[in-house]
Design a protein around this ligand. Structure first.
Ligand SMILES: [Zn+2]
Length: 163
């Protein structure tokens, strides 16, 4: 995605108040991000343990979604999969996140939920964690495919939040 300024990130949020968007903690490495290698910017709020954020470029404009992690976690002994980057991991590395929907639906308490990497680091993981059954293929092609699929799933999630 294109590089965004701090102000663009804060203004991108569609499902939280302006006050929340102004006050949220940006990723620690915000100044050094490699934007070209990000289908989405995802991070957990270092100051608010259950909160996380996703920012994606929809093509028209960047859209930020505030999400909340479930306070119960899965066991490290179970297998789980992030539904955005589709990386299989142990249960404790995947969390159920919910996002408040925009508009009247959100005001009525409506949310959308999905399982995602607990650290919201999906953009890294599509590049670094290649499933065994794809490892004999051209790595650049596999990463490009996984990245494109990740982007599509994130956009679907954003769509569900804004519907
Ligand atoms: Zn993921």
């Amino acid at each position: 995605m294109h590089a965004l300024t701090e102000q663009q990130v804060r203004r991108s949020f569609v499902n939280c108040s302006q006050g929340e968007a102004k006050g949220l903690a940006l990723p620690k490495d915000f100044a050094d991000l490699d934007w070209a290698a990000l289908e989405l910017l995802g991070w957990r709020d270092p100051k608010a343990p259950l909160r996380g954020y996703l920012v994606v470029d929809t093509g028209e404009r960047p859209v930020g979604i505030a999400v909340r992690a479930a306070d119960t976690r899965m066991s490290s002994r179970t297998a789980a999969m992030c539904l955005l980057c589709q990386t299989a991991q142990t249960g404790d590395a995947v969390s159920l996140f919910t996002a408040k929907r925009t508009g009247a639906a959100g005001r009525n308490g409506n949310t959308v939920g999905t399982y995602m990497c607990a650290d919201l680091g999906c953009a890294d993981r599509v590049r670094t964690e290649i499933p065994p059954w794809l490892q004999d293929r051209n790595p650049d092609e596999v990463v490009a495919e996984r990245a494109a699929e990740l982007r599509e799933r994130v956009l679907n999630f954003v769509e569900a939040v804004r519907r």
